[in-house]
Structures are given as C-alpha cells and as structure tokens.
Design a binder for this molecule. Sequence first.
Ligand SMILES: C[S@@+](CC[C@H](N)C(=O)[O-])C[C@H]1O[C@@H](n2cnc3c(N)ncnc32)[C@H](O)[C@@H]1O
Length: 288
Amino acid sequence: MIAQAVGLSSFEITAGAHFWSSVSMIKEAMALADSGSVAVLGCGRCAEIPIRLLNQKFDRVDLVDIDRDALNFVRAGCEKWNDERNVYKFHHADLTGVIATVERRAGELVANTVDPIECSEQLGILLERTTPKFWKPAHSRRYDLLVCSGVLTQLQALVRERVEKIYFGKFADYAPSLSQHKSWCESAWHFARNLEDRFIEHLSKLTKPQGIVYLSDTVHVSWLNQLDHKSVSTEGRWIALRTERLADYLRTSDSIVHEQRWDWLREEGEGDYWGRLYGVQAVIYRNS
Ligand SMILES: C[S@@+](CC[C@H](N)C(=O)[O-])C[C@H]1O[C@@H](n2cnc3c(N)ncnc32)[C@H](O)[C@@H]1O
C-alpha cells in the first residue's frame, strides 16, 4: 500500500470538531425522544456527551461503564456543577456480562497448557463459545433514549485484551506473533462480530418501542507517521467493524433518522506512530 501524505491544517478534524459533531447529533436524538429516561452505555468520562443537557431533559440518566475511575470522574464533575436538578445514576458494570467468567476460564486454560500455539487455539475456542449476558437495568426498565458513543468497537476489544493479558503473562515471548496466529485471529474476529450483532439486538430490548438510539463509533482507523510539523502520512485505513457502514448493523425494522460521518484526528504517541485518524460514523434510529 502506498503511503499517503495528509496536511494537518487542511482538515477540520480536531478533537474539538469531534466533540461538536457528537454533541450536535446527541442533541438531535434528544429532541426526538420522550423525556422519561436515558442510558449512556460505556459513558467513559463523557468527553463527547452533553450529560448536563441530558440531566435537564430526562427524569433519569443512567451512566454505565466498567471503568470505575471514569465513573468517579463524571460523578465528581456532576457534584461540582451542583445543578438544582440531579437525576444521574451511576452503574459500575460489565456491559457484556462475560469478562469475569472468561478471565477465570482463560486463567485455567493458560495454567494447564504447555504449548503456546495450542493454548492460543484453546483461548480462541473459549471466545467463540462465549455467549454474552448483556447488562440490563433493574426492573426491566426500557429507555426513551440510548446513547452508545464509541462503545460498540470497545466491547470485544476489552474482552480480547483481558484474555491476551493472561496469555502473555505465561507466554511473553509470543506477544509479538499472537496477532499473526491464524486460528486465534479468526476466532477473535468471529467473537467480535457476533458480540457486536448481539449487542445491537440487545439495544432493541433496552429501548421502548419507538424509542430512540444514538449509536456512534470509530469505524475507520489510520495510524499516522509524522513527516514534518505540518503533515503526517498513513499507509491506509483499517475497518474496525464488519463493514464500512455502521448502520449495516441495524435491523431492517429499525428506521434510520439521520446518519453522519466525520474525521477525528488524535495526537496520541503510540510506539513509532504520531497518532491516529479516526473515521467516525454516527446514526440516530428509531426502535421498531
Ligand atoms: C471510547 S470509550 C467511550 C467514550 C465516551 N463515549 C466519552 O464520551 O468519553 C469506550 C468506553 O466503553 C467502556 N467499556 C468497554 N467495554 C466495556 C464493558 N464490557 N462494560 C462497560 N463498559 C465498557 C470503556 O471503559 C470506555 O469508557
């Protein structure tokens, strides 16, 4: 693949542009939803989510993440604002519902397997056989609005990372080559796509009939090398999901209200790389 040069000043692709694109789409989704309840799944630090606006409109704002520090960060922000109205509820939870079990079983497999290749194959089988038990709120609550910003690609990534960490704990020398083991890669791919499909299916059960879902993610990723202080180059872009279009995951019965795409440049030194260019996609749809 031929490297492509990109002028850093030629695009409106900064983190700020990403933030405003996200906020604008979420505001549009909010305007379409009834004001009962909203859940933000994988809320992280709410860096791209206007939670104060959610707090103003909805009677209940559920914030869910596996990262306790991120939830504490958001909670501290909410306390600092000291808004008259405060309807946030924080949920420290694994949205997939399988991480603890997969970690335990991966630990047993790694402990009992001598051959690293066989072990990676067994771990792949473990992933493929894992059935998600997605997070549900108490009392089978169904939401008027769901916000899933940047979480779809991360669900499988986190499970895979946890398994790889256990594997590398014993087979450290295999760290560089695991991503080239065919059977491990195929199993991880099938696990990821299956988890994504089921997660989208699950969203339909968390949302009220005719409720609204805002789904966005970094569908394309390009790793960037710095050429000089004004330009970077990339060898191409990778698709993080099954297809080029996020909305391909939706069911035919879901009605798409608005689809949007934008670029997001992140300077975050990563090994030899200067940063990443994400191709973000967002879709607002109405649950059938
Ligand atoms: C890219 S970040 C989302 C950023 C967020 N939308 C924001 O505005 O800052 C993905 C989030 O998903 C969370 N996540 C990933 N896997 C998860 C899981 N299994 N359960 C709960 N949260 C998860 C991560 O902890 C992280 O906070």
